[in-house]
Design a protein around this ligand. Structure first.
Ligand code: PEP
Length: 235
C-alpha cells in the first residue's frame, strides 16, 4: 500500500513553548507528511522538516498589503506548500472562489504546491446539495488551471472540530465524485479527507480505498496524537 498523505494543520493552536516541544519530539519518517504551523513559526520548523505548508497566502507577490504574506516570500524561504481556501478563511476572512483562484495561480506561479480545501456546510449536506456545491467550488477555484501540483482536501464544514465524521461509504462516494469531476477537467489530483480526524478514527478511515490521505486540524497540535497518526499512515 502506498503511504497516505497526512497534512497537519496546526491552525493557531500553539504558542512558542509548545512549538519547541513539538519540534523536539515529532520525527517525520515519510515524505507524505506535511506540517502546517502558524506562519511565524515556519523558520523554526524549517531547521528540521522538509515538507512544510503555509496556512494561507495573499494573492499578490509584493506591495502595500499590511499583514499579508505572499507565495513569493514563502517559496523563497524553502516552503513547499500553501493551503488555500480553508473553510475558516472562506468564512472568517470572506474569501471568495474568485480570490481563491487568484491565490492558487499565485502559489503555482511561485513554485508552491497547493492544498485546496473544499467542503459543504450542514444545510447543503442535509438538502443533498453536496455534489453541486463541490462541483461549483472545483470549477471556480481551479478555473484556467492545468497544474498537477495540487492536493484537494475534502472537508465537510460540519465535521471540522465537531467530532462528527461521515461514514466511510459516504466519504468514499464523495471522493469518487470529486475524482470524476477532476477527470472531466483533465486533472488527476490526490484527494484527502479532513474533519475531526484523530489517532483513533484514522485506523478506520484508512480503510477507504480511494482516499489519498487526511488533513488534520485539532489533533495535529497534540504530540501523542501526531506520533500515532504518523505510525498509521506510515505502516
Ligand atoms: C481542518 O480544519 O482542516 C480540520 C480538519 O480540523 P479538525 O481536524 O479540527 O476537524
Amino acid at each position: 500500500m502506498e503511504n497516505k498523505i497526512l497534512i497537519l494543520n496546526m491552525k493557531m493552536y500553539m504558542e512558542l513553548k509548545d512549538i519547541k516541544e513539538y519540534i523536539s519530539k515529532v520525527n517525520v519518517t515519510n515524505d507524505n507528511i506535511i506540517l502546517c504551523p502558524t506562519a511565524i513559526y515556519l523558520p523554526y520548523f524549517l531547521k528540521k522538516y522538509k515538507n512544510l505548508a503555509i496556512q494561507n497566502i495573499y494573492a499578490e507577490d509584493l506591495g502595500a498589503y499590511t499583514g499579508a504574506i505572499s507565495a513569493l516570500q514563502v517559496s523563497e524561504l524553502g516552503i513547499k506548500y500553501a493551503i488555500v481556501g480553508h473553510s475558516e478563511c472562506r468564512n472568517h476572512f470572506n474569501e471568495t472562489d474568485e480570490l481563491i483562484n487568484k491565490k492558487i495561480k499565485s502559489a503555482l506561479d511561485n513554485g508552491l504546491k497547493v492544498i485546496l480545501c473544499i467542503g459543504d456546510n450542514l444545510e447543503q449536506y442535509k438538502s443533498l446539495k453536496t455534489k453541486e456545491v463541490l462541483k461549483q467550488q472545483l470549477h471556480k477555484d481551479l478555473y484556467n488551471i492545468e497544474s498537477q501540483n495540487i492536493i484537494i482536501a475534502y472537508e465537510p464544514i460540519f465535521s471540522i472540530g465537531t467530532g462528527n465524521v461521515l461514514d466511510n461509504e459516504m466519504i468514499s462516494n464523495i471522493i469518487s465524485f470529486i475524482k470524476q469531476e477532476l477527470c472531466d477537467m483533465n486533472l488527476d489530483l490526490p484527494v484527502v479527507y479532513g474533519g475531526s480526524v484523530n489517532s483513533d478514527n484514522i485506523k478506520e478511515l484508512i480503510k477507504i480505498k480511494n482516499v489519498d490521505g487526511f488533513m488534520v486540524g485539532k489533533s495535529s497540535s497534540m504530540i501523542d496524537e501526531v506520533l500515532k497518526m504518523i505510525k498509521v499512515v506510515s505502516s
